[in-house]
Design a protein around this ligand. Structure first.
Ligand code: PLP
Length: 387
C-alpha cells in the first residue's frame, strides 16, 4: 500500500523530526546518570531542567511543579491514589465523571475497593457535566475532584474554569486529565484553579513512555514509586533523559504553532463533519463548534459495526479507531458513548477520526469518499442477507 492516511492522532502521534534530533545526543553523547557528578551527567541534569521549563510554559506553572512520570496513566494513578492516601484524614469522598479515561476510572475503582467513596457524575448528551450536579455532589468529606479537560473519544471540552472556581469555593483540590487538550487549547492552571494535571508526550508528537504530573506547590501527595531521591524525592527511578528532552521539545514546538494549528484543524474538522453528514443515516457524537477539540470527530453509522469499518478502512490505508485505543480491543461498547445516552447498538457502530499535523483537506475528501463507498457496500450486503 503506497499511501497511509493516519487519522488516529488521539491514540498516538508520530515523533516530529526536530524532536528526534533533539533526543539523539542524549542516547549517545550525554548518557550520564543525571544524579552523578561528572560533566556528561551535568548535561543530562540540565537537559531535564530545561525540558521542565518548556513543559511548565504549557500550563503556566513553575518548572518545580512538574514531575516526570512514564505517561499519563501513571500521572492519573499518582494524582488520584497518591492524593487520596495522603489526605484520607480529611475525608474519603472523591468526585469524578462517567466519561473519564480508564486510568482515572480504574484508579477510582481501586480506591473504592479500599474504602473510599466515589461519585461518578453523569454527562448530558454532548458529554458536558452539569455544574449543578457537581455542586450538589460536594460533601463535607469531599477531598478531590478529578474531571478531564477534554474527552479523548468525543472531544468535549469540559467547563474547566467553572469547575475550578467551584472547587476553590469549597476548598477542594482539583485534578484534571489534560492529555488531549495539552498543546491544542490554552491551559492556565492558575486562572483555572487546577492543582494537579496529567500530561503525556506521545499525544503531541513526542516519544511514548513519558509524561508529567503537575502538582501545585504545597499539595500533599504520597509517592507510589519508592526508591531513590529523583523528582524531589517524590518519584523514584533514574530519569529517562532522551525521552524527557523529547517531551520538552514536543511541547515547545506544539505551543509555537498551537494557535494557528487549532484554527486549521477546527476548519478541517468541521468540513469532515459536514461531508460525513451527507452520508445517509449518520449521527455525529459530541458537541459541535468551539467546545469540541479541534481535531476530533466521532460518528455512528447505525447498522454497521465500528470494528468492521476500522478493518475495511485499514484495507484502504486509512487508520481510524472504534472507541479509544485502550478500549479498542474490548468488544464492549464505549462507556463514553453509553454515558451520552446512546443505545448499545449505536455505540458499537461508531468510529473516531482524529486529525493532526499532517492532515490535509485532500485527506478529508479521500476518507469521506472511501467511507461512503464502504458504508453503501456494507448496508447493501446486510440488506441482501436479511432478504
Ligand atoms: N488520559 C487520556 C485522556 C488519554 O487519552 C490517554 C491515552 O490514550 C491516557 C490518559 C493515557 O496516556 P498514556 O498512554 O500516556 O499512559
Amino acid at each position: 500500500m503506497d499511501k497511509i492516511i493516519y487519522m488516529d492522532h488521539a491514540a498516538t502521534t508520530y515523533i516530529k523530526e526536530e524532536v528526534l534530533n533533539e533526543m539523539y545526543p542524549y542516547f549517545k553523547k550525554y548518557y550520564g546518570n543525571p544524579s552523578s557528578q561528572y560533566s556528561i551527567s551535568m548535561n543530562s541534569r540540565m537537559a531535564i531542567e530545561l525540558a521542565k521549563e518548556k513543559i511548565s510554559k504549557g500550563l503556566n506553572c513553575t518548572p518545580e511543579e512538574i514531575y516526570i512520570v512514564s505517561g499519563a496513566s501513571e500521572a492519573d494513578n499518582w494524582a488520584i491514589k497518591g492524593f487520596a492516601l495522603a489526605n484520607r484524614c480529611k475525608g474519603n469522598h472523591i468526585i469524578t465523571t462517567k466519561i473519564e479515561h480508564e486510568a482515572v476510572l480504574n484508579s477510582c475503582r481501586y480506591l473504592e475497593d479500599i474504602g473510599f467513596d466515589i461519585t461518578y457524575l453523569p454527562v448530558d448528551n454532548k458529554g458536558f457535566i452539569k455544574l449543578e450536579d457537581l455542586k450538589k455532589s460536594i460533601r463535607n468529606d469531599t477531598i478531590l475532584v478529578s474531571i478531564m479537560f477534554a474527552n479523548n473519544e468525543i472531544g468535549t471540552i469540559e467547563p474547566v474554569g467553572e469547575i475550578g472556581r467551584i472547587c476553590r469555593e469549597n476548598n477542594i483540590v482539583f485534578h484534571t486529565d489534560a492529555v488531549q487538550a495539552f498543546c491544542k487549547i490554552p491551559i492556565d492552571v492558575k486562572k483555572m484553579n487546577i492543582q494537579m494535571a496529567s500530561l503525556s508526550a506521545h499525544k503531541i508528537y513526542g516519544p511514548k513512555g513519558i509524561g508529567a504530573l503537575y502538582i501545585k506547590k504545597g499539595i500533599k501527595i504520597h509517592s507510589l514509586i519508592h526508591g531513590g531521591a529523583q523528582e524531589r524525592g517524590k518519584r523514584a527511578g533514574t530519569e529517562n533523559v532522551p525521552l524527557v528532552v523529547g517531551f520538552g521539545k514536543a511541547v515547545e514546538l506544539g505551543l509555537d504553532c498551537m494557535e494557528e494549528e487549532s484554527i486549521r484543524l477546527s476548519r478541517l474538522r468541521d468540513e469532515l463533519i459536514d461531508k460525513l453528514s451527507e452520508i445517509e443515516k449518520v449521527e455525529i457524537n459530541g458537541p459541535l463548534g468551539e467546545n469540541r477539540l479541534p481535531n476530533n470527530v466521532n460518528v455512528s453509522f447505525p447498522g454497521i459495526h465500528g470494528e468492521d469499518l476500522v478493518f475495511l478502512l485499514d484495507r484502504e490505508g486509512i487508520c481510524v479507531s472504534s472507541g479509544s485505543a485502550c478500549q479498542a480491543s474490548a468488544m464492549e461498547p464505549s462507556h463514553v458513548l453509553l454515558a451520552l445516552g446512546l443505545d448499545k447498538k449505536i455505540a458499537k457502530s461508531s468510529i473516531r477520526l482524529t486529525l493532526g499535523y499532517t492532515t490535509t483537506k485532500e485527506d478529508i475528501y479521500y476518507v469521506v469518499d472511501k467511507l461512503k463507498e464502504i458504508v453503501q457496500k456494507v448496508r447493501k450486503s446486510n440488506k441482501e442477507m436479511q432478504n
